[in-house]
Design a protein around this ligand. Structure first.
Ligand SMILES: Cc1ncc(COP(=O)(O)O)c(C=O)c1O
Length: 410
């Protein structure tokens, strides 16, 4: 029975978010995801999607999905180990491993599930030695919520958590050194490949070197990198010249690679074999719909045949980053399609995003507590699907609103 007290407390909690302007508002779109969308009867340019390669509604991707539905049906009605493994799941796992430069890969229903599975399964398992010392995990302070929650699932006595300041290699090394004499089982360094609030890339070559020097396993969540970075779209490791040298990669199919859903972990065969037997979100949750598996393979085929899509994203990003700065805006420098336009106060970012929307450009504003106080920003996300006209229209709207609000000079 729902008690009055219970319901009132739930509503009170939401009310509080509303009062603090932290309520998340879901606005239903009436069109597929793409550079131009319609929302509440209004056409807007989409600059807030993780649709980096513009594949969410790409004709070849939609056609592949339709074909896959006819070939494999809709659902598996099972988890993987009972009767939910179709050949297409195995094919995608092999294909991903090849694409990412790892020995093997394993699919999950989301990257969130994959990240939780990785930390909880490795850390909590005694691996034949119930008296083993804890694992030491070194995690960047800006890592995604799914890594944070993965660490929360680790039993207290099995883990020593070290949170290092964002991308601070000197502090990380100091922590690794400080822990050198302590009794431990394994060490894991965990980082996002691309940080989604900053659009910056983790210093992967340096992290590879530290992991080797201190005998730590390097875990990289490349959800925003895969598809979007590197010549072939193989992600942040490819972009930074360490393709094939990351011990464990996780990622999503919900962003550049078609934007539907699903995630993976990729690494050594022994790791993948172990996770297939022990990872609870894998064992006790339904398999990825075969249509998603087959369509993700079609996306990888498309990337192989048409690497110019990745180049187009890169060109669009370089253009937008250059032009927005030329207008006088401050951005966080970088190479990624996430372009944070820094505005300072939350009030300014809120007014700015409202005015942009009125002018037909949708971007997301981020402010405290999502980002530090005084660092409110608009997060522009570029897509290969944007034409030069889309980019110029967004830049013109930024210029107009920026002048109206006194952010840039008239
Ligand atoms: C860095 C990072 N990791 C993991 C996820 C979760 O991915 P999924 O939607 O596949 O659960 C996201 C999505 O927001 C992300 O940005």
């Amino acid at each position: 029975m729902y008690s009055k007290n219970f319901l009132e407390r739930l509503s009170g909690s939401v009310e509080q978010l509303r009062a603090e302007h932290r309520e998340k508002i879901e606005v239903p779109y009436s069109t597929p995801q793409g550079p131009e969308v319609e929302v509440i009867g209004k056409k807007v340019l989409q600059f807030a999607a993780n649709n980096y390669l513009g594949l969410a509604n790409h004709p070849a991707v939609v056609a592949a999905a339709k074909k896959a539905l006819d070939r494999y049906g809709y659902g598996t009605a099972s988890v993987r180990f009972i009767c939910g493994t179709q050949e297409i799941h195995c094919e995608l796992e092999q294909r991903l491993a090849k694409f990412l430069g790892t020995e093997d890969a394993i699919l999950f229903s989301s990257c969130f599930a994959a990240n939780e599975a990785f930390f909880a399964t490795i850390v909590n398992d005694p691996l034949g030695d119930p008296a083993a010392a804890p694992d030491f995990i070194y995690s960047d302070e800006l890592n995604h919520a799914s890594i944070i929650d993965g660490l929360r699932l680790c039993k207290g006595e099995r883990v020593a958590k070290r949170i290092y300041p964002h991308k601070d290699l000197a502090k990380l090394e100091a922590m690794l050194k400080e822990d050198a004499g302590k009794s431990r089982r394994f060490r894991i360094i965990a980082t996002d490949g691309v940080f989604s609030m900053e659009g910056t890339i983790a210093p992967l070559p340096e992290l590879v070197a530290l992991a080797e020097k201190y005998e730590a396993l390097l875990f990289v969540d490349d959800s925003h990198g895969v598809g979007a970075l590197g010549k072939r779209g193989a992600g942040a490791p490819e972009q930074l010249g360490v393709h094939g040298r990351i011990d464990v990669l996780s990622g999503t199919f919900g962003k550049a690679l078609g934007g539907a859903m699903g995630g993976y972990l990729a690494g050594k065969k022994e790791l993948v074999d172990f996770l297939r037997q022990k990872a609870r979100p894998y064992i006790f949750s339904n398999s990825l719909p075969p249509v998603v598996a087959a369509t993700t393979i079609a996306v990888l085929d498309l990337l192989e045949k048409e690497p110019q899509i990745v180049q187009q994203l890169h060109d669009n990003t370089v253009y937008f980053r250059r032009e927005i700065q030329r207008l006088g805006f401050t951005i966080i420098p970088g190479e990624h399609a996430i372009v944070p336009v820094m505005l300072g106060e939350a009030k300014t970012a809120q007014a700015f995003s409202r005015a942009l929307l009125a002018d037909g450009v949708y971007v997301v504003g981020l402010w405290f507590p999502v980002v530090p106080e005084g660092e409110a920003r608009l997060r522009v996300q570029i897509s290969a699907g944007h034409t030069r006209q889309h980019l110029d229209a967004a830049l013109a709207a930024f210029a107009k609103v920026g002048k109206e609000l006194g952010i840039i000079q008239k």
